[in-house]
Design a protein around this ligand. Sequence first.
Ligand SMILES: [Zn+2]
Length: 91
Amino acid sequence: MSKEIVPCPSCEGFGWFEDDDGVAQDCDWCAGIGYIYRDADGLDSRIPPADYGVVADQLEQLETQRLRAMGYTGEAKKPWEQAIRKQHDDE
Ligand SMILES: [Zn+2]
């Protein structure tokens, strides 16, 4: 696989940011997932919703590492699982 998954450079893996009024907004760049693809040429692209199920384990590992690095020991929030569930609800 030539694509690497990296934390979104826009929201730094949070999946959201606060706007000027302090309101939480989903990050446009990663669609609230907090992670993006980076290909061999260093080009970033959004992870398409169709891929969430495929990369879920990898995302969970990355998110656990990220939270540990911040000193957080609880469960990862897994926004991609909510997105998968939403897709299934649409069927
Ligand atoms: Zn983002």
